[in-house]
Ligand binder design. Structure first.
Ligand code: AMP
Ligand code: MG
Length: 438
């Protein structure tokens, strides 16, 4: 079955969240295949390590060196040759003939019956392959240490050259969303810059006659455009270039013009508002002219109505790829939930990321949560340590789709799956934390 946002099977009833995700992912794959055919090198750029956080690595980073570069000690202790170790409890007595520090190797040779005081990370001296940790030894005198011969095995407490990573092995694989540890790893290999995918250009617009920009006066029935700022915040978390198209009135000509302008420059257009039942017909008409967009009723809460598809390349525009389009619902919480559930992963994938799915953990619900089977719900909650020391979640007050405070106070979503019913106090539920640890 050809994947299309307008597939009639999908429109016949409420769409399961997983099915919506699949159609989105298939379309992103299709767009990626199209751009791979064009093999356009302007899609990549080289950035220095201090600019690379959250960017997406474009090709495997191969290690130019063995890590560690030479055998070294894993402990503070004494290095010696392990061929004198046996199964017996007899004491081995060794003469300490010097010290090796990290960065200051010992130059001499260690003979049988001798050992070298050695610090963690110091190079293993010639003639040694084993380290006895300091705390397992006794001193007979300033110069002599002793320990039972069966306390360790030959080769213990030594890090071998290339043990972590061998020269020419991939240290970080293409598609990684670069984290602090990746930057440290690249630096440890002496690499100062990385090849990453260029930032995606994402246009956002808010649609609705009732919307006012910050600084404008609120007349009767009008509200401030808050979705613009939630979306800017969400998009900044994934490091894209944002093109703010502002507020667009509920009027076909303005909407069409705004969509066309965005499609000329952006890889992705995200609008909010104007896709609910009352307004969809109006937006649908415009979309029929501009591209291939489906209007979905998704079996989820919040965020039931959503439009998704592509906008055709327009005459005179420089880019050749279609623009991916997400028409999110207008309600402020629904915007954030649909972004989290559908948009974030798609944008990361489109930008070359692997493993772009949000991380899910589990916690015990402190209270009863009412839920009807037949739709996926994203309830806002606070994740903390429960009285029994296990992870617990508690919902943040009223869960209406327009109540942004429920979202602002929360630090996670409780995800109640399609077939789940009521959750009893103490039941384990799936949880998606808003902020990652690293
Ligand atoms: P709509 O999907 O356009 O019917 O909007 C649903 C609800 O969300 C209405 O109450 C709108 O006023 C509200 N809404 C739509 N867009 C925004 C926005 N950008 N900021 C805040 N609220 C909005
Ligand atoms: Mg509206």
């Amino acid at each position: 079955m050809k994947c299309s946002p307008n597939n009639p099977i999908l429109l016949s009833a409420s769409l399961h969240v997983d099915e919506a995700r699949r159609v989105i992912s298939d379309l992103v794959t299709e767009l990626l295949e199209e751009s791979a055919k064009a093999s356009d090198s302007s899609q990549l750029e080289i950035v220095s390590l201090d600019q690379a956080i959250n960017r997406i690595l474009a090709e495997d980073l191969l290690s130019p060196i063995d890590v560690p570069a030479a055998d070294n000690s894993a402990m503070d202790g004494y290095a010696f040759h392990g061929d004198c170790l046996t199964d017996s409890e007899d004491l081995l007595v060794l003469k300490v003939i010097g010290t090796a520090y990290a960065g200051k190797p010992f130059q001499g040779q260690i003979e049988p019956g001798e050992c070298l005081k050695i610090m963690t990370g110091a190079l293993m001296p010639d003639g040694c392959d084993t380290v006895i940790p300091q705390e397992l030894t006794k001193s007979q005198s300033d110069e002599l240490i002793e320990f039972p011969k069966n306390l360790l095995k030959s080769g213990d407490n030594r890090r071998l050259r290339g043990e972590d990573l061998q020269k020419a092995q991939p240290a970080i694989e293409a598609g990684r969303i670069l984290r602090p540890s990746d930057l440290g790893l690249a630096a440890s290999l002496g690499i100062a810059s990385l090849k990453v995918h260029r930032k995606l250009k994402v246009a956002i617009l808010s649609s609705g006659d009732e919307l006012r920009s910050l600084g404008q006066t609120l007349d009767a029935g009008s509200i401030y455009d808050s979705n613009r700022y939630s979306l800017v915040g969400l998009l900044n978390r994934i490091n894209v270039e944002i093109i703010d198209c502002g507020i667009v009135r509920d009027d076909p000509a303005s909407l069409k013009e705004a969509f066309c302008n965005a499609a000329k420059v952006a890889d992705v257009l995200i609008s909010s508002g104007g896709v609910s039942v009352g307004e969809a017909d109006f937006t649908k008409q415009i979309m029929q002219e501009l591209g291939d967009v489906g209007f979905w009723k998704i079996a989820m809460r919040p965020g039931r109505p959503m439009a998704f598809g592509t906008l055709k390349p327009l005459a005179g525009q420089s880019k050749t790829r279609k623009t991916l389009f997400f028409g999110l619902p207008g309600n402020p919480v629904a915007v954030m939930v649909t972004f989290y559930q559908f948009v974030r992963t798609a944008l990361l994938q489109l930008n070359g990321a692997k493993d772009a799915e949000p991380q899910i953990t589990q916690a015990r619900s402190s209270l009863l949560i009412r839920k009807k089977p037949g739709r996926t719900e994203f309830q806002r909650a606070i994740f903390s340590r429960g009285e029994d020391g296990k992870p617990a979640v508690k919902l943040t007050g009223s869960q209406g789709a327009g109540i942004l405070r429920s979202m602002s106070e929360a630090n996670c979503f409780v995800i109640l799956h399609h077939d789940q019913g009521n959750i009893e106090p103490g039941d384990w539920v799936d949880v998606a934390l808003f902020d990652g640890l690293l």
